[in-house]
Design a protein. Structure first.
Ligand code: HDD
Length: 714
C-alpha cells in the first residue's frame, strides 16, 4: 500500500537538528518527567523527611560500645539497602535502554487508524531497551546471542509495545515450549555454566531434537548474533500482526526496523576479546553515541499482506519460524525513530521498564500465531513477581501519556489516590464515570478484529507449520561466501564445546544435512565426524533461490561513517599538521576520533608542541575501533615500529579487516609489519586517499583481505 509522503524527516536526514525539544514540543511528555528527582541544593534527609546530622556513625553506647536498636536512621538506611535488588528478567536480563521519539513519514490512514501513524507532525515519545537473551544482568555484551529490540511507544491513545528481536524468526512455534527452550539455553542447572552463551550440551540437545528451531539457530550462528553495535542492528516484530483502518479493513503486517547506520557485525575474535576487555562494549557504544549527539535512528516499516492473500505463500503467516522474504513483499516505510536521550537512572528506567506484546492501541491487532498468543499472557504475569504486583504500570517509565482512568483499585504499591466513591461501573454516584467509549472509526474504544473462528478445541500443530528446513536453507544460500564461512565456524565452535558426541552427530545429520549438505559436511569435518550423504527428510525448498535482503552485506546504511570510531596513533615526533589534517577530514564526516598515545600522557610533536591524547593504546585496543590512522612524522613512525603495543594494535586491526590509513612516509612501517596495500590499507594523506579510507570504513570490513589476514597471528 503506498504511503503518502510529507516533508517529515526521512531516514538518514539530519536527525540531530530535527531533534525536538521534548518538553516544549509536546506538553504530554512532561508527565514522563514529573518523577525525576535532583538532590542538588538539598539537605540529606531520611525517607520520612527528617534532616540527618551525621551520616558517618551509628548511634552507640559510647564510642567503643554496642550499637543501639533505636537508631532509626541507620536501620532505615540498611533496611532499604538490604532490599535494593529485584528479580532480574528471566530472559533478556542483560540490557540497556534509551529515550527517543518516533515520527510518521505521512498519513498511513489507508493502513491503520492508529493515531501515531497518521500525523507526520506528531512526535511520539519512545523508550527502547536492547538486550541479550541468555545471560544474567551482569553478563557480557558481545556474546553470541539474539538481541532483544523492545520499543515502547507512548502514544496519545495508549502505550504500544513492539517487543521484537534483531532476528525475524523464533526458535519455537508454540508458547508452551518456551520454558523448555529457555531451560535448555540458560546456564546448565548443576553448575550454572556457561554464562551468556549457547555453546553447551543442553542447548544443542534441545535444538537438535526440535527441528522447528533450525531456521532461528541458523540466524543465531550467523553474524547477526554478534552485532558491531546496538545501533547497527535491524529489528523485527517477528510475528504477523494486523493493522486495521477506520473502515475496519485489516492487513497482515510484519514490522521491521531498518538502521540508518547499516547492519554490521563484529568478528568472532573481536567479540570474544571484547567480552574481556570491555564487557560493556555495546552499552557504552550506545551511551556515548547519544551523549555526543550521534543519535541513532531506525526506519519503521511493514511488509503488508492483504487479508485475502493469507494463504498465497508456501509457508504459514502464523508460523513465527518463517519470514516473508522481502523480495516477495517489500518493506513499506512508515516513519522514523531517533534515540536522543540517555536514561537518568538505570534502575528506574531500564530495569523497571515492563514491555508486553499485549500493549496495543486501536488500529493494531494480533493474529492467531500461537507463540504470540502465549506471550500475551507471559509478560504481564512476569512483572507481578519482578515488579511486585499489578500496579507496575504506575512506575514512571511504564506510565502511559494517555489518561488511564478505570475502576481497578488498591493492590501493592498503589500510588494513585483515587477520588470518588464508585469504583464500579455502571454507577450513578459518580455520574457514571469513567465511561466506555464505543468503537468508532477514529478515537473510539479498542475493538478487536472480528475474526470468524469455527473450530474444534484441540491440541494440535497445523500441517502448514511442518516445513522446518526450506527457509533455513534459503537463509544459508542467501549469505555471501564470507558469511557462510562464519556460520560454519560458529556451528563448529559451538558444537565443539558439546561434550556428548551423540548430540553433535544428531545436529549434523538430522538438522544441518537437511539444510545444506555442504554446510553439514564442513561442520562435520571440523568436528571429526563423517560427512552426511543425504538429509533425513524431504525438503520442499523455497520458491526463491536466494533472498539478498538476508545478507548483511546488502545493508550498508545511509549515514556514511557518522558515529564510526577512528583511532589516530600518536608518538613523540608526530607531525602535528598531519594529525590536524586527518582529524579535520574525518570530522567532516562526523566520525568519532580518538587520539591514542603510548601512554595517556601528551606526546611531543615534531617541533616540541605538546599534543594531548584521549587515551592510551593499552586502554583502548584496536578492537574498539572501526578504523586506524597513522599520521606523518618520521620519529613517531620509528617509535611506533619499535613499540610492541603499537605493532599489535596495527596487526590486530589488519587481521580484523579494518581500514588502516598511513601517511605516505608510513610505508616503512607497513613494510616492517609485513602488510600489503589493499582497498583498505592505504598510504597517503591526500584527499583521494582519505576518501578511499572513508569508503573502506563505510564498507565496515575489507573482505578482500581475508586470505592475507589469515596469515597474521591473532
Ligand atoms: Fe520474550 C522478555 C522478545 C517469545 C516471555 N522477550 C523479552 C524481551 C524481548 C523479548 C525483547 C525483553 C523485554 C525488555 O527489554 O524488557 N520474546 C521476544 C520475542 C519472542 C519472544 C521476539 C518471539 C517472537 N517471550 C517469548 C515467549 C514467551 C516470552 C514465547 C513466553 C511464553 N519474554 C518473556 C518473559 C520476559 C520476556 C519471560 C522476560 C522479562 C519480561 O518478559 O518482561 O515474560
Amino acid at each position: 500500500m503506498p504511503s503518502k509522503k510529507t516533508d517529515a524527516p526521512k531516514q538518514g536526514e539530519a536527525a540531530g537538528t530535527q531533534t525536538p525539544d521534548r518538553a516544549n514540543t509536546n506538553a504530554k511528555l512532561q508527565s514522563l518527567e514529573a518523577d525525576r528527582s535532583d538532590a542538588t541544593g538539598h539537605a540529606l534527609r531520611t525517607n520520612q523527611g527528617v534532616r540527618i546530622a551525621d551520616n558517618q556513625n551509628t548511634l552507640k553506647a559510647g564510642d567503643r560500645g554496642p550499637s543501639l536498636l533505636e537508631d532509626f536512621i541507620m536501620r532505615e538506611k540498611i533496611t532499604h539497602f538490604d532490599h535494593e535488588r529485584i528479580p532480574e528478567r528471566i530472559v533478556h536480563a542483560r540490557g540497556t535502554g534509551a529515550h527517543g521519539f518516533f515520527q510518521s513519514y505521512g498519513n498511513h490512514a489507508e493502513l491503520t487508524k492508529a493515531g501515531f501513524l497518521q500525523d507526520p507532525e506528531k512526535i511520539t515519545p519512545v523508550f527502547v531497551r536492547f538486550s541479550t537473551v541468555q545471560g544474567p544482568r551482569g553478563s557480557g555484551d558481545t556474546v553470541r546471542d539474539v538481541r532483544g529490540f523492545a520499543v515502547k511507544f507512548y502514544t496519545d491513545e495508549g502505550n504500544f509495545d513492539l517487543v521484537g528481536n534483531n532476528m525475524p524468526v523464533f526458535f519455537i512455534q508454540d508458547a508452551i515450549k518456551f520454558p523448555d527452550f529457555v531451560h535448555a539455553v540458560k546456564p546448565e542447572p548443576h553448575n550454572e555454566i556457561p554464562t551468556g552463551g549457547s555453546a553447551h550440551d543442553t542447548f544443542w540437545d534441545f535444538v537438535s531434537l526440535v527441528p522447528e528451531s533450525a531456521h532461528m539457530v541458523m540466524w543465531a550462528m550467523s553474524d547477526r548474533a554478534i552485532p558491531r553495535s546496538l545501533r547497527m542492528m535491524e529489528g523485527f516484530g517477528v510475528h504477523t500482526f494486523r493493522l486495521i483502518n477506520a473502515e475496519g479493513v485489516a492487513s497482515f503486517v510484519k514490522f521491521h526496523w531498518k538502521p540508518s547506520q547499516g547492519v554490521h557485525s563484529l568478528l568472532w575474535d573481536e567479540a570474544q576479546k571484547l567480552a574481556g576487555k570491555d564487557t560493556d562494549f555495546q552499552r557504552r557504544d550506545l551511551w556515548e553515541a547519544i551523549e555526543t549527539g550521534d543519535y541513532p535512528e531506525w526506519e519503521l516499516g511493514v511488509q503488508i499482506v492483504p487479508e485475502a492473500d493469507e494463504h498465497k505463500f508456501d509457508f504459514d503467516l502464523l508460523d513465527p519460524t518463517k519470514i516473508i522474504p522481502e523480495e516477495l513483499v517489500p518493506v513499506t516505510p512508515l516513519g522514523k525513530m531517533v534515540l536522543n536521550r540517555n536514561p537518568d537512572n538505570f534502575f528506574a528506567e531500564v530495569e523497571q521498564v515492563a514491555f508486553c506484546p499485549g500493549h496495543i492501541v486501536p488500529g493494531i491487532d494480533f493474529t492467531n500465531d500461537p507463540l504470540l498468543q502465549g506471550r500475551l499472557f507471559s509478560y504481564t504475569d512476569t512483572q507481578l513477581s519482578r515488579l511486585g504486583g499489578p500496579n507496575f504500570h504506575q512506575i514512571p517509565i511504564n506510565r502511559p501519556v494517555a489518561p488511564n482512568h478505570n475502576n481497578q483499585r488498591d493492590a501493592l504499591h498503589q500510588h494513585t489516590v483515587h477520588r470518588g466513591r464508585a469504583s464500579y461501573e455502571p454507577n450513578s454516584i459518580d455520574g457514571g464515570w469513567p465511561k466506555e467509549t464505543p468503537p468508532a472509526a477514529q478515537d473510539g474504544g479498542f475493538e478487536s478484529f472480528q475474526e470468524r473462528i469455527d473450530a474444534h478445541k484441540i491440541r494440535q500443530r497445523s500441517d502448514s507449520f511442518g516445513d522446518h528446513f526450506s527457509q533455513a536453507r534459503l537463509f544459508f544460500q542467501s549469505m555471501s561466501p564470507t558469511e557462510q564461512q562464519h556460520i560454519i565456524k560458529a556451528y563448529s565452535f559451538e558444537l565443539g564445546k558439546v561434550e556428548r558426541e551423540a548430540i553433535r552427530a544428531r545436529e549434523v545429520n538430522e538438522i544441518l544435512a537437511n539444510i545444506d549438505l555442504k554446510l553439514a559436511a564442513a561442520v562435520a569435518a571440523n568436528l571429526g565426524l563423517p560427512a552426511p550423504k543425504a538429509g533425513t527428510v524431504q525438503v520442499k525448498g523455497s520458491k526463491l533461490a536466494e533472498s539478498p535482503a538476508l545478507s548483511q552485506m546488502n545493508h550498508p546504511g545511509v549515514v556514511g561513517i557518522k558515529g564510526r570510531k577512528i583511532a589516530v596513533l600518536l608518538a613523540d615526533g608526530v607531525d602535528a599538521g598531519s594529525v590536524d589534517r586527518l582529524v579535520k577530514a574525518l570530522e567532516a564526516h562526523s566520525a568519532r576520533i580518538m587520539l591514542l598515545g603510548p601512554t595517556s600522557a601528551p606526546v611531543k610533536a615534531a617541533g616540541g608542541k605538546a599534543l594531548p591524547v584521549d587515551a592510551s593504546m593499552e586502554g583502548m585496543p584496536s578492537i574498539m575501533f572501526d578504523g586506524v590512522l597513522v599520521p606523518a612524522g618520521k620519529a613517531a613512525l620509528d617509535a611506533l615500529g619499535a613499540s610492541g603495543l603499537a605493532k599489535h594494535f596495527l596487526l590486530e586491526a589488519y587481521k580484523h579487516l579494518k581500514a588502516i590509513g598511513f601517511a605516505k612516509e608510513g610505508k616503512v612501517l607497513v613494510d616492517a609489519l609485513g602488510l600489503k596495500e589493499d582497498k583498505g590499507l592505504l598510504l597517503g594523506d591526500d584527499q583521494k586517499t582519505l576518501d578511499a579510507f572513508v569508503k573502506a570504513v563505510e564498507g565496515h570490513r575489507v573482505w578482500e583481505r581475508e586470505a592475507a589476514a589469515e596469515a597474521v597471528p591473532a
